[in-house]
Design a protein around this ligand. Structure first.
Ligand SMILES: [Zn+2]
Length: 246
């Protein structure tokens, strides 16, 4: 049983502001440590329930946030960027299930901490085929290509709700209640880590009982629609082969 833990930062314990997740800001050091602890809680939950191998993908900013010196030594860490599969580095047919730890809602969501899709300044919205999509949609579709389901997620109530709605009845750890884009009712790390560990454990148990959500498979050929923030961005995007503007 091999688990890939794909990690972002906006849905990590206590995060409510861009300052918290921006390398170089004085606040960032606190939250990369909390990010590492959320990840360790998920690793512990996976091993509690019988996982044999855990690989982590650091998917925020330049992929170099998780403190490797504090990583649970039973796991391995994909760190740095660019890497071939970016936020999903480590995915492949040999993976049995994926966790999304610290994930956030898609751009334009109400009551969602730091909601965005790829870039909060460039991407106004995104569709995969006809489905409005978040980063979780794209990452789940990549896992689905390899026949791997997403079985667990952590983040605020809106992010977790969107993932359950699109990806199926995965296990969730709702570790904050967002009341706006930059505000949330947060839990102490001691509490949120317990929730993440238990949720991860339940997810692996369900996978073993063949009771986990199905892989998220999208119809091919895939049509991707990006609504950009300004028309000059669309002009540049037109240089991509196969691009059309509307
Ligand atoms: Zn991020």
């Amino acid at each position: 049983m091999k688990i890939l833990i794909a990690v972002d930062m906006e849905g990590i314990t206590g995060v409510t502001m861009w300052d918290h997740v921006t390398p170089g800001h004085a606040e960032y050091a606190r939250f990369r440590k909390l990010m590492t602890e959320d990840v360790n809680a998920a690793i512990a939950g996976a091993f509690d329930s019988g996982a044999k191998e855990v690989v982590v993908a650091d998917g925020h900013w330049n992929g170099s946030n998780i403190l490797v010196e504090e990583l649970d030594p039973r796991a391995r860490l994909n760190s740095g960027a660019p890497s071939p599969f970016s936020m999903m580095q480590g995915i492949g047919k040999d993976v049995d299930g994926v966790f999304f730890v610290g994930y956030h809602a898609r751009q334009g969501s109400a009551n969602a901490v730091l909601d965005h899709t790829w870039s909060d300044t460039c991407v106004a919205n995104l569709w995969l085929n006809e489905m409005v999509a978040g980063e979780y949609t794209f990452n789940a579709a990549l896992a689905g290509h390899y026949g791997v389901p997403v079985i667990m997620a952590s983040g605020d109530q809106t992010a977790c709700g969107q993932m359950v709605e699109q990806l199926g009845a995965l296990e969730t750890a709702i570790i904050k209640q967002a009341s706006g884009r930059f505000s949330a009712e947060c839990l102490a790390p001691e509490v949120s880590h317990k929730m993440i560990r238990e949720s991860a454990g339940r997810a692996v148990s369900r996978l073993q009982k063949k009771d986990a959500p199905k892989p998220f498979v999208v119809k091919t050929p895939v049509k991707i629609t990006v609504r950009l923030a300004s028309s000059d961005m669309a002009d540049k995007a037109m240089q991509l082969p196969g691009a059309a503007q509307s």
